[in-house]
Design a binder for this molecule. Structure first.
Ligand code: TYD
Length: 135
């Protein structure tokens, strides 16, 4: 019924002498049409961000630099732990997933999102999320 978060591994194009490039396109590596891109940076070490779920938004997140840890919980009470620390490995987070996100202080997070920024798509109260009483 609910989809699970999963890692997305991109090709690294290049080699050690010239460096590498990775690429995403709509409905290919990213399993939806990208409507928005945002990034997060200069987050103090071990700060916890996220602490919300989305009603409809899906996203794919990359750690372009540093280490970013995710604790994700879905409405089936399943929990998932992921660590991103390679710029070619992304994390797909479906809708209806609570996420807590922990940053190293050098981390740069980039997110490709399926929707514009709509605050009403956020569920910021954990108990409300778990109650599934927010439609
Ligand atoms: P939020 O998504 O809660 O960040 P995080 O999950 O990293 O903790 O957003 C933080 C603030 O930024 C919040 O006040 C909403 C605002 N914001 C925008 O205005 N536009 C956006 O596209 C995003 C992602 C956030």
């Amino acid at each position: 019924m609910y989809r699970n978060p999963k890692l997305i591994s991109l090709n690294k194009i290049g080699n050690n002498s010239i460096g590498f490039l990775s690429v995403v396109e709509n409905n290919k590596e990213i399993p939806f049409e990208i409507k928005r891109v945002y990034w997060t940076f200069e987050v103090p070490e071990n700060t916890k961000r996220g602490m919300h779920a989305h009603k409809e938004l899906e996203q794919v997140i990359f750690a372009l630099r540093g280490t970013i840890r995710f604790k994700i919980e879905n409405l089936n009470n399943e929990t998932f732990d992921f660590t991103l620390n390679q710029p070619n490995i992304g994390l797909y987070i479906p809708n209806k997933c609570w996420r807590d996100i922990y940053f190293s202080n050098d981390a740069i997070l980039v997110s490709f999102a399926s929707m514009s920024y709509i605050e009403d798509d956020y569920i910021r109260d954990y108990n409300q999320f778990k109650s599934n009483n927010w439609k």
